[in-house]
Design a protein around this ligand. Sequence first.
Ligand code: ATP
Ligand code: MG
Length: 423
Amino acid sequence: MIQVPRGTADILPGEIELWQYIEDKARDICRRYNYLEIRTPIFEHTELFHRGVGETTDIVEKEMYTFEDRGGRSLTLRPEGTASTVRSYVENKMFGLPQQPTKLYYIGPMFRYERPQAGRMRQFTQFGVEAIGSNSPAIDAETIALAMRFYEELGLKNLHVELNSLGDAESRKAHREALINHFKPHIHEFCSDCQSRLERNPLRILDCKRDADKELMKNAPVILNYLNDESSAYFDKVKKHLDDLGIAYVVNANLVRGLDYYTHTAFEIMERGIGAVSTICGGGRYNGLVKEMGGSDVPGIGFAMSIERVLLALKTQGIELPIERALDCFIIGMGEEAEEKAFLLLDVLRREGLSADKDFLDRKMKAQLKAADRLRAKTVVIIGEDELARGVAVLKNMETGDQQEVAFEQVASAVQSVIEKDK
Ligand code: ATP
Ligand code: MG
């Protein structure tokens, strides 16, 4: 038997309703914050991620699904959404649109070759937003608020934002030099990844999981001490906006996002479940990225979270989403002719916007009623031979048990009014 590939999963009816609920919620909150949906291809030229994510990141160094197509091109299944969104922004000249900043969101599958575990899949679904074209600290706060309100509306509690600033190019350069001076004399004690990052991207050393406990790591120069006045002022404004919105955050000077081209604001949203603390969302400002992708010098900020981690957080916190799974009407026709009538009525109900079904397995009356129960039908319509002759059907309210006879032409409106009354 062939099974799903490691790190992937089928999402079946019964669970898919949770996904749909969360995705609908994401779409709705984006509508309210005026972010518009973008859908980009699942695969892109490999080069896009080398430039847009960064050569020295875990994603590019270890996690990409890269393949050659039949025309000899190197393509990669997208590991994240920002590079593609920015590519599309530049390619489609969205900077020329009258409405700026360009506020976009996406929901779709991403692919990373990882060691699978709960909340860490090889194919996972990310919801992310990008606001491109504004340098206002208020938009940093807006993106963070969007994510936090989204979680609140799902019922999640015990969340907080971890916040840091990576400063502007000048601040980063000063910090970079300090890092190199700090690590260089002892770099041979670090893992090979760290060694190769020392000159290429020393900031990434701080993100190393293998060497995390080293003393040199703990007293490494902190970016916040290297922010120039402008960057400090920017960071203060972001914090003030978050204070004003009542969004809980803590400054974590060690927070380094795994991706290059991040400037100023970097954040992660953490969930303190039972014991463990885990990241459910990551984001930040990327003022260097659009230019790197061949556009002009346009700033941007965004975040991404996976639906998998949202589901995990909901589960940890014991939150049940209000999902109603019920059929409006189940129709039963006894005898061949009545069944034909039932089949036609089914069509009428569905065209009226009701969810309706019938038996397709020639089951006995009793088994059909059982099926209706299983489907949590709100109403059952029964047509026997006697009813058929008189042009009526018996409509049963499954909640109260009440029954009434209704003419065929009235079945749809009668079902509708039973459902309305029960709401
Ligand atoms: P981590 O340190 O957990 O690997 P990351 O820095 O690689 O995270 P990002 O690239 O910032 O994560 O992705 C943003 C969000 O996407 C994460 O906060 C998480 O919600 C989700 N995510 C990342 N990788 C996976 C995965 N393999 N499976 C499920 N969700 C993921
Ligand atoms: Mg990762």
